[in-house]
Design a binder for this molecule. Structure first.
Ligand code: SRM
Ligand code: SF4
Length: 567
């Protein structure tokens, strides 16, 4: 039954007109690049550059001061690279590091929880330069933002097994297959000759998707990609060490609007199993169904999960079957047991070594405790292998030849890259938030490290300091830090104030429930002390924190988020 199904009508959102009138994402970006009066982009271009992988931002720490001085906000761009599966070579890393150091305001590299990196603080005049550097290295930033399929995730380390390698190849294949076809990117940033008369978007269409769209390719039992938060997921089914097909899940997403009950987080739902040869046609069918049936009248109701709610999963599934000319088979058995990265040394399939390094909040910089940026640079200079960015904002130095192992280990130790840290810290995550994120309501990245130290002290006090708790912080309800898949999740409400959610599970298949609203960090710590103390005393053997608070009915379990999240 199709309920509340609205076809696009006269009340299309402004974004829809921007896309439609953009001439395949060109707008007047070229003119804006020539305008030296402002460091920003004008009107529609502010939105259109996102399709090319950039966001216009300003330093929020400086806003008031610059306003008082009657200066333009400190505009600069953030660029997000497209890096399906998170793989980047040492050579590429060296160039990225050099650009970050010499041409950005913050001089850091930020690993994201979608297996790529962002460079914050690029002045408009330096944008072409970075695109050309990326292009020379075989990289780009096309489609890493706005209403398209974003960077495709896969289970982190392709060198773990041959199946992991296959999985990585699928992430690349799907990313390339769903990429915008417009030549605008090449024309604007790489100075290619204008060829727009030949532009076509057979999959995305002239107005692209109604909203952002996220994809994963996953090898159980690792759920490091947090697949349940994604629009389209391919869970590998393996026979005789080969991927023979995928279970397909759709409709996950985590963002909400505080107090708006028409928004809710949602876990991806099972559509069925497909054999491997059907993968791209099913991906196309899912994306085009969402393209045609997604809500273009209200961006807060436009993601796949709302389309599914509007029309029903069965109708969505039938349409995908028709478009892909397939019938979904029954879901094949699968299960997840882990989500975090395996920090430290590991041997790979070729008997080379890999070293997974914990990166607090994904921020690659030097500070007094750790020279992470300098250390990675030094390693990149002697390392012939690859770096791999994980969905937990960490980095793997992979394919280390045995003769380089001790050299790399020495550097890693000397620069403070290998450190003993608690399981709590190892599994923590925060979004970027201040000072660059325009949507931030409260601190996230800049508060997390100290906050973790305080929670570590509580855990030590009650003798549970060796345990894992998944704790995550997001600076606003968009939930980029995936707080709504954490055992303890904080979501910013205002400066210094957060909503506290508890009761997610360790593997990321349960949404936590609100426990306290709009409280300060000090108040959160009081609540956490009470909860952790009780957990340490009354938990069953090996019972996780999230499971404990549900069993003890401290919060209600969320079974159907549409009904249970706000009730
Ligand atoms: Fe996000 C918007 C950062 C993963 C949900 N996100 C933003 C922006 C671009 C703010 C903006 O629109 O101007 C943030 C840039 C901050 C900055 O200064 O860098 C931002 N999001 C991030 C990153 C860097 C967080 C991180 O610390 O790693 C992640 C980049 C991923 C990538 O490489 O592509 C990031 N964002 C996520 C996730 C988690 C995920 O994808 O696994 C989510 C929740 C899952 C989901 O999509 O439901 C997420 N970001 C959002 C939303 C809410 C979207 C929605 O459905 O309503 C926004 C706002 C929007 O799109 O309107 C947003
Ligand atoms: Fe910005 Fe909010 Fe995303 Fe954090 S959760 S990066 S504050 S949009």
């Amino acid at each position: 039954m199709i309920k509340n199904f609205k076809k696009s009508s006269l009340t299309l959102t402004k974004e829809e007109y921007i896309k439609k009138n953009s001439n395949y994402l060109r707008g007047t970006i070229v003119d804006d690049l020539k305008n030296e009066v402002t460091n920003g982009f004008d009107g529609d271009n502010f939105s259109l550059i996102r399709f090319h992988g950039m966001y216009q931002q300003d330093d929020r720490d400086l806003r008031v001061e610059r306003n008082e001085q009657k200066l333009e906000p400190r505009y600069a761009m953030m660029l997000r690279c497209r890096l399906p599966g998170g793989v980047i070579s040492s050579k590429q890393w060296l160039k990225i590091d050099s650009f970050a150091t010499n041409n950005t305001l913050y001089k850091t590299i930020r690993l994201t929880n979608r297996q790529t990196f962002q460079l914050h603080g690029i002045l408009k005049k330096n944008l072409k330069n970075i695109h050309q550097i990326l292009n020379k290295m075989g990289l780009d930033s096309l489609g890493t933002a706005n209403d398209v399929n974003r960077n495709v995730l896969c289970t982190s380390d392709p060198m773990e097994s041959s199946v992991h390698q296959e999985c990585y190849l699928w992430a690349q294949k799907i990313s390339n297959f769903l990429l915008p076809q417009t030549k605008a990117y090449a024309e604007i940033w790489l100075d290619h000759k204008k060829v727009f008369s030949t532009d076509q978007e057979p999959i995305l269409g002239t107005t692209y998707l109604p909203r952002k769209f996220k994809t994963t390719v996953v090898i159980p039992p690792d759920n490091d990609v947090d697949l349940y938060a994604n629009d389209m997921n391919f869970i590998a089914i393996i026979e005789k060490k080969k991927i023979i097909g995928f279970n397909v899940l759709i409709g996950g997403g985590l963002s909400i609007v505080h107090g708006n009950k028409k928004t809710w987080p949602f876990l991806a739902l099972e559509l069925g199993y497909i054999s491997i040869d059907k993968t791209l046609s099913v991906a196309k069918a899912i994306v085009t169904t969402q393209r045609d049936w997604g809500n273009r009248n209200d961006r807060k109701n436009a993601k796949t999960r709302y389309t599914i709610d509007n029309i029903g999963l069965d109708v969505f599934k039938k349409e995908v079957e028709t478009r892909a000319n397939i019938t979904f088979e029954l879901i094949r058995p699968y299960s997840f047991t882990t989500r975090g990265d395996k920090i430290g040394w590991k041997k790979d399939i070729n008997n080379n070594w890999s070293l997974t390094i914990f990166v607090q909040n994904g921020r690659v910089c030097d500070n007094k405790d750790q020279l992470l940026k300098s250390g990675l640079l030094k390693i990149a200079n002697i390392h012939n292998g690859k770096f791999r960015i994980t969905s937990n904002q960490n980095i793997i130095i992979s394919e280390i030849l045995i003769e380089n192992k001790s050299k790399i280990e020495k550097i890693a130790i000397a620069y403070g890259l290998i450190k003993k840290i608690s399981k709590l810290r190892e599994n923590s995550m925060a979004c970027v938030s201040f000072p660059t994120c325009p949507l931030a309501m409260a601190e996230a990245e800049r508060m997390l490290s100290m906050f973790i130290t305080k929670v570590e002290n509580i855990m030590l006090k009650y003798g549970v300091e060796k345990e894992v708790i998944i704790l995550r912080v997001s600076g606003c309800p968009n939930g980029c830090g995936r707080s709504l898949l954490a055992e303890i999740g904080l979501i910013g409400k205002a400066i210094g104030k957060y909503n506290l959610y508890i009761g997610g599970n360790r593997i990321g298949s349960r949404i936590p429930k609100i426990y306290q609203e709009n409280i300060t960090e000090k108040e959160i710590l009081v609540h956490l002390e009470f909860l952790i103390k009780n957990w340490s005393i009354y938990r069953k053997e090996n019972e996780d924190f999230g499971d404990f608070v549900i069993r003890k009915k401290i919060v209600k379990e969320i079974i159907n988020p549409i009904h249970d999240f706000w009730s």
